[in-house]
Design a binder for this molecule. Structure first.
Ligand code: GAL
Length: 367
């Protein structure tokens, strides 16, 4: 009895000590309610019933941490500064024949909620164990509870047998022609039609009408595909577009503001940072216009040492979006850091500036 009391009292003190964050401190150790650095890399976020949930890659120490040894870690928060460990939402499998066997590569998990099926649906980039980055598959898992446990359903390369959708502004000369592919990227696209398109760095986006989209790096990372998901969010419908074909965009993060669609992404240099890029579109189906680098000030050429993973709309605020990035540490993966920066939206123009420390009152000051 006495022991239980002391343990509980200790846990309360620990959680009190560590629940005192009142600001975002870029790139520093970010401690959860147990005093441990948050372990949710390449993260995705969901706002559900008054709480934010953060899902990300659980990494272990050393280079081995770049492979999935544990699974997808989930945290919850009511204020965005203080995060409670909700444990592992999706576990890697101990069955070596499973697609998500321990030692696979499971990256950039994102979760969305399907109001029709009342299921939480998680998608991620999956590489089969021992096969490097050659599988390039999308994996999907579902759960009745936001924090899991998520049940793995399947993994595959999307949109097999399908050609892209083109809106009526696209000239015939711009359309992919698999009889004579115009360039390397078109060639990869045509090669992959029978088995489905490669699917690596990814995000999900749910529009106001409840339709969900999977945005992923395809064609040996040369092109981003934006693909519609089925009504239950667990498969692709076959309708998709290719965005900025041939220009190697990774780490996509989408958001919508005042009826326009925005996307921030990175270039393609592995764990090394590169300049970010942003896009805007009037319709989800494009045209997606390339708008250059949103970053300002020192470090703009390397996205301040990080890479995008998500743009988080702050619940209940109109013009408040947070750019969320990873600062990778491939030699000791668990030590990867995060930085969150306010997205500055000025006359439909997106920019980002480095901040050592800031809090949500920033958005009140913004016009
Ligand atoms: C990055 C990508 C990461 C990871 C890494 C592996 O470009 O954004 O998610 O896949 O490459 O080198």
């Amino acid at each position: 009895m006495k022991k239980i009391f002391i343990t509980t009292a200790f846990a309360v003190i620990i959680s009190f000590v560590f629940s005192q964050n009142k600001s975002f401190k870029s790139g520093t150790l970010w401690l959860d309610n147990n005093g441990k650095h948050i372990n949710a890399h390449g993260g995705g976020f969901l706002y559900d019933k008054g709480k934010y949930y953060w899902f990300g890659e659980h990494k272990i120490e050393g280079r081995k941490g770049n492979t999935a040894q544990v699974g997808v870690h989930c945290y919850s928060s009511t204020d965005l500064y203080n995060w409670k460990d909700e444990s592992i939402a999706l576990k890697v499998s101990e069955d070596t024949t499973s697609d998500i066997a321990r030692g696979c590569i499971l990256e950039r998990p994102k979760v969305i909620y399907n109001a029709k099926t009342r299921k939480y649906v998680m998608w991620f980039h999956l590489e089969l164990a021992g096969k490097g980055y050659s599988a390039a598959r999308a994996g999907v898992a579902v759960s009745d509870k936001v924090t899991g446990p998520y049940t793995f359903i399947k993994s595959y390369r999307p949109n097999a047998g399908q050609l892209p959708y083109y809106n009526n502004t696209v000239a015939d000369t711009e359309k992919v022609n698999c009889n004579t592919p115009a360039n390397k990227s078109d060639g990869f696209f045509c090669r992959d039609i029978p088995g489905g398109q490669m699917a690596r760095d990814m995000t999900l986006f749910v529009d106001d009408d409840g339709k969900a989209y999977h945005i992923f790096a395809a064609e040996e990372n040369f092109t981003l595909d934006l693909a519609e998901l089925t009504d239950d969010y667990t498969a692709h419908t076959g309708k998709f577009i290719r965005i900025y074909a041939g220009h190697q965009t990774e780490a996509p993060a989408l958001f919508k503001h005042n009826g326009k669609y925005y996307m921030i992404g990175s270039g393609c240099t592995g764990w090394d940072p590169n300049p970010a890029r942003w896009f805007v579109a009037d319709s989800i189906w494009g045209d997606w216009k390339y708008m250059g680098n949103p970053c300002k000030g020192p470090g703009l050429e390397i996205t301040y040492g990080g890479q995008s993973t998500y743009v988080l709309p702050v619940a209940g605020k109109k013009n408040a979006f947070i750019f969320i990035a990873d600062k990778w540490e491939p030699k000791n993966a668990i030590d990867g850091r995060y930085f969150w920066l306010p997205v500055i939206l000025d006359n439909d123009t997106v920019s980002i500036d480095w901040k050592e420390e800031w809090d949500l009152s920033f958005f009140k000051k913004q016009k």
